[in-house]
Design a protein around this ligand. Structure first.
Ligand code: GLY
Ligand code: MN
Ligand code: MN
Length: 430
């Protein structure tokens, strides 16, 4: 792998933590993602299933993990199935994990690692001892998935073969676990952030009037790839001028104009973990008075919101409070009228005209990571904080986004080293 090896204890402990949440006599099956097709014989780059990665560290296709912590025979308590390599695969695709390497990666003894074609034979010795079968589904509240994943296909297959078994949902347990980052996960997120920091500093010296948005994307990619990242954590938004008001602008095709602000929503991937950063900077290196006023309003909201990311707070209440801070900033900027705000429908607050997205989401192996928004904030959770003001009539959109780790006493801003203050940005652009 391009990233440095991860201590297998992380995956050993993650399996133990999952085991502690299972009902008695339970069996769990988790599958790798498919390699997705494009056209003809083309394929997309492989991206591992994050739950499988979290439980094994295996970053390879056609992998399956089966856990059965109470199986009477210890060798069936944790079993891993891998794609068996061949000379043909070695020649065309390169190296695949051996059983010994799988032990190194996962912390699972190699005598419990099998080839995938042995699955039915081994599984047959496990499945009839189990009272509960946990299978995996994508239960992200915002997911709209039209293709059938390998996990989903496996559910259909399992139901067909073993119609009398009791199925359970694995996803809520995975969301519960993954919401709290383990001590070994924080440096991985921090590495993605540090790579993003290097990239942003490079862009501060590169962006100037006349540069094209895609040239900025090329700079970004160069900096990511030379730092052991496999690329961007998500499609980067490189949006100058009015483009910044298109929230999911990813065309990155326009030329940057003197006098515009450019919004950069860019984060690196590292070892499947993600950074999610946004900065908004003046193309010519100096904000106008108006741009600066809007920038500083967003920055104040960001700082106040960050203060509210602490143990015990609830996501919905936090968002309501941030909304109030934003409201008063928008009044200050002359964008909202105080009386109109006093008379507004509380279910449709006026600030949403200029700030139409959420302030925070969980971050981790997924950019919009799994986690339950009705669970109080706890140490170990990582959130983004990303207020923005988008003024279409002024062709101006400003968003700022940092990544914050909740701690016992409050939080740590994992992006505190990335330039953010106006003076700092302007100085570095000179
Ligand atoms: N870059 C995606 C987001 O900020 O949520
Ligand atoms: Mn973002
Ligand atoms: Mn975000």
């Amino acid at each position: 792998m391009r990233y440095l090896p991860i201590d297998s204890q992380l995956f050993v402990q993650n399996r133990q933590r999952l085991t502690a949440l299972l009902k008695p006599k339970s069996l769990v099956v988790v599958n790798a993602n498919d390699i997705m097709p494009t056209n003809a014989d083309g394929t997309m780059v492989f991206r591992q299933n994050n739950d499988l990665f979290y439980l094994t560290g295996v970053d390879q296709e056609e992998t399956r993990l089966v856990l059965f912590p109470e199986h009477p025979d210890p060798k069936f308590r944790e079993v891993l199935f891998l794609r068996e390599t061949s000379e043909l695969i070695e020649i065309w695709e390169g190296h695949k994990l051996t059983k010994a390497e799988a032990e190194q990666v996962t912390g699972l003894p190699q005598k419990q690692v099998y080839w995938m074609h042995q699955f039915e034979q081994i599984f047959g010795q496990m499945v009839f001892e189990a009272d509960h079968i946990y299978l995996n589904t994508n239960e992200h509240t915002r997911a709209t998935v039209d293709v059938q994943s390998r996990d989903a296909r496996y559910i259909a297959e399992f139901r067909e073969r073993y119609p009398l078994h009791q199925l359970e949902r694995l996803a809520p347990l995975m969301h519960y676990l993954r919401a709290i980052k383990q001590p070994q996960e924080i440096p991985l997120i921090q590495t993605a952030i540090d790579i993003t920091d290097k990239m942003f500093r490079r862009l501060l010296g590169f962006i100037k009037p006349g540069v094209w948005e895609y040239e900025i994307e090329a700079e970004m990619m160069h900096e990511f790839l030379r730092n052991r990242s496999r690329g961007a954590a998500y499609s980067p938004i490189i949006a100058s001028g009015a483009n910044a008001c298109v929230l999911h602008y990813i065309d990155n095709s326009q030329q940057c104009q003197d006098g515009d602000v450019i919004l950069l929503d860019i984060g690196a991937e590292y070892a499947n973990y993600n950074a999610d950063m946004t900065r908004s900077i003046p193309v010519n290196g100096r904000f106008t008075a108006r741009q600066r006023a809007v920038y500083e309003a967003v920055l104040r909201v960001m700082k106040e919101a960050t203060q509210m990311l602490r143990p015990g707070n609830l996501w919905d209440e936090y968002h309501r409070e941030v909304g109030k801070v934003m409201e008063s900033e928008l009044i200050g900027l002359g964008l909202l009228d105080r009386t109109d705000v006093q008379n507004q429908d509380p279910d449709a607050p006026l600030y949403k005209k200029y700030f139409m997205h959420g302030t925070s989401h969980f971050l981790g192996l997924d950019v919009h990571d799994v986690g339950n928004k009705y669970r109080k904030m706890e140490p170990g959770m990582v959130f983004t904080v990303e207020p923005g003001i988008y003024i279409r009539e002024e062709k101006l959109g400003i968003r700022l986004e940092n990544n914050v780790l909740i701690t016992e006493s409050g939080n740590i801003d994992l992006m505190k080293n990335i330039p953010l203050e106006v003076e700092e940005i302007e100085e570095m652009m000179q």
